[in-house]
Design a protein around this ligand. Structure first.
Ligand code: GUN
Ligand code: ZN
Length: 437
């Protein structure tokens, strides 16, 4: 058997192709075809494909279904999915009452295993193919989460959570343990699965990390070229507390900047309460803010000034922030991006900003997210040469009127998919050309 001469296998996926070209431009190819090779690379996207170029092609016809890039969720917490919707308090008391006790349970390997499996299966069910995740402080549960992610095929940015102060004792580790466990996990998982698994050094936020811990973690991230993820300027009480804990810095953002934690590989969740100077610092360091609108309302944190970041040319991603956010669905989060933009306008009625569009939220959830993590050469849309991460959307499942369907244009159908954000409407999920479900 001569494997060298085996003709290349191609796959053609027919349907209505929808993908972002830029922030405001969504290309719709109807009907369209996506051609993927056996390595999971996109070789062609178009309307009129010459199938003679692909003698060995397997065709899947999704007919009138919409095919779009897999979603990119840039901020959520694995151990928190088990208590979504609970709590009416704001951030700091919510962490104490719900989050920390839930995270303690991940000491228990059996609990961690069971919960990890549900978490990644749910994410994939909702069409998320790339996620930036916080597990717990535990080396073992983090290791199990990486292992299950590798098995599931998802793309993941993750790292064990680091805390050495201002949290319950059962979630604190000294600097040495934080450092050695972080290094162990980086060695084992960073770049694993052809780069699908990426490590993110994860100081939880300034309140729970001493200056010495931040210094050590920053050095590791630089040395090992990992991502960095944390929380910044989310909630007013948090801002007050941060001021009393880290005294020698010009601002909350400066705490991270002064420790060398802001970079083009840094994801900072929330970024609601930043001065102009802090926003400039975000811009200069190429740091990525992550907008988590559902969480920002659920925890009564505030409203992300999206148009301000946009006007300064800052790329940002979106995150469900489970369980600050109560849905693990990126379609749901896209809707909340639009709706929180409207809330901003209600409160700032003398200076309203343009209403956020479906085209924009599709961009933030796909190509924008890929740009935010510096992976736009591999992910985010269906450009030739990129890796084939895509989902098939079935909106028949969310049309209760069997006799008629008012949503005739592709744009109307996408608005309906976003506003109803049902799990049933995600029919299939492919990552790097491989069908995951
Ligand atoms: N800030 C520090 N930890 C957390 C967390 O778990 N959730 C949210 N929303 N904010 C945080
Ligand atoms: Zn968070």
């Amino acid at each position: 058997l001569n494997l060298e001469n085996k003709p290349k296998q191609f796959f053609a996926y027919k349907g209505i192709i929808v993908h972002s070209i830029s922030r405001h431009e969504l290309e719709i190819i109807n009907p369209g075809v996506l051609i993927v090779d056996e390595d999971g690379t996109i070789v062609e996207t178009g309307k009129d494909v010459d199938f003679h170029s692909y003698p060995n092609v397997i065709i899947h016809d999704f007919k009138q279904k919409i095919i779009c890039p897999g979603f990119i969720d840039l901020h959520l917490h694995l151990p928190q999915y088990e208590f979504v919707g609970l709590g009416s308090e704001q951030l700091l008391s919510w962490l104490k009452k719900y989050t920390f006790p839930a995270e303690k349970r991940y000491e228990d390997e059996a609990h961690a295993r069971a919960a990890i499996e549900v978490f990644f299966n749910e994410l994939l069910h909702y069409g998320t193919t790339t996620a930036a995740v916080y597990p717990t402080i535990h080396r073992k549960s983090t290791d199990l989460a990486f292992g299950y992610a590798a098995h599931s095929g998802i793309r993941l940015i993750m790292g064990k959570v680091n805390m050495d102060q201002n949290a319950p004792d059962f979630l604190l580790q000294d600097i040495e343990q934080n450092v050695s466990e972080t290094l162990d996990l980086i060695d084992k998982w960073h770049g694993f699965n052809d780069g699908q698994l990426q490590y993110a050094v994860t100081p939880r936020f300034a309140i729970t990390c001493s200056s010495d811990l931040l210094t050590e973690l920053s050095a590791i991230a630089k040395d090992k070229n990992t991502y960095i993820q944390s929380h910044l300027a989310e909630n007013r009480d948090e801002l007050k507390s941060v001021k009393t804990i880290h005294k020698n810095h010009d601002s909350y953002t400066h705490i991270y900047a002064d420790h060398g934690l802001l970079s083009s590989k840094t994801l900072m969740a929330h970024c609601i309460y930043l001065s102009d100077e802090e926003i400039d610092l975000i811009k200069e360091t190429n740091t990525t803010p992550v907008h988590c609108p559902t969480s920002n309302r659920f925890l009564q944190s505030g409203i992300f000034p999206l148009r301000e970041f946009e006007s300064k040319g800052i790329n940002f991603g979106i995150g469900t922030d489970v369980a600050g956010g109560y849905e693990i669905s990126l379609l749901h989060e896209m809707k909340e991006v639009i709706e929180m933009g409207k809330m901003y306008n209600i409160l700032n009625y003398t200076n309203p900003q343009p209403t956020i569009t479906m085209e924009e939220v599709m961009y933030y959830g796909t190509l924008g997210g890929a740009i935010a993590i510096g992976q736009e050469d591999r992910l985010g849309n269906f450009q030739k040469g990129k890796e084939a991460d895509f989902i098939v959307l079935d909106d028949d499942t969310i049309n209760p009127y069997h006799e008629f369907d008012n949503y005739q244009t592709v744009s109307d159908r996408l608005y309906r998919l976003i506003y109803r954000s049902s799990k049933e409407s995600i029919q299939s999920v492919f990552i790097k050309g491989k069908r995951i479900r």
